[in-house]
Design a protein. Structure first.
Length: 187
């Protein structure tokens, strides 16, 4: 089996997603709007890395690049794993749970693959010299563009969830600024 190559987007995603509150915020956005959490994190990473605001065509290309993979592979595995949670009699609970955990590992690997596919859609250098507040604004603008691409409108609750993600992604930006930036997603 080939090993996944190192990639800063994957590292960024793990770092952000594993922080308290972020996973729950991402899953709430996913459930409320059928959004792809990997694309939400990608939007944030593009901004955080100093790659700026994605053009509409870039967003469309990113969404298109992973659409089939996400729905046919990642979403399908998630559905199987979720269905197995709590057991599926008459299957023995301990064996079913072990199998469910292996499916979860494969699901995570498939998410990793999706992130590599997303990263391949943006071809511009990182600019880590860009001011952090500007990068946070760029991340929010990218997320807003994703909402628009998907025909979704961010509710006040969505903005709260996005502020959780952005506060973790930009810990050195004052929380009030992050809240203001996150609220701008709804406009």
């Amino acid at each position: 089996m080939s090993e996944f190559p190192d990639h800063p987007f994957w590292d960024y995603s793990l770092n952000v997603y594993m922080k308290p509150g972020v996973g729950a915020a991402c899953l709430e956005l996913q459930d409320a709007h059928q959004l792809d959490v990997n694309i939400v994190l990608f939007c944030s990473w593009v901004g955080a890395s100093g790659r700026g605001v994605m053009e509409q065509a870039e967003m469309a290309a990113a969404v298109e690049a992973v659409d089939a993979w996400h729905h046919d592979v990642v979403h399908a595995l998630r559905a199987v794993r979720t269905r197995m949670k709590g057991g599926m009699p008459p299957a023995p609970d301990d064996i079913a749970e072990s199998l469910r955990q292996r499916i979860q590992k494969v699901e995570i690997d498939c998410e990793h693959m999706e992130q590599l596919m997303l990263a391949g859609t943006i071809d511009r250098p990182a600019d880590e010299a860009r001011a952090l507040a500007d990068r946070a604004s760029d991340a929010a603008a990218n997320i807003a563009r994703y909402f628009a691409q998907m025909g979704r409108t961010a509710s006040p609750r969505d903005c709260e969830n996005l502020a959780v993600i952005l506060r973790v992604a930009f810990p050195d930006v004052p929380p009030d600024d992050v809240a203001r930036i996150g609220a701008a997603i709804a406009s």
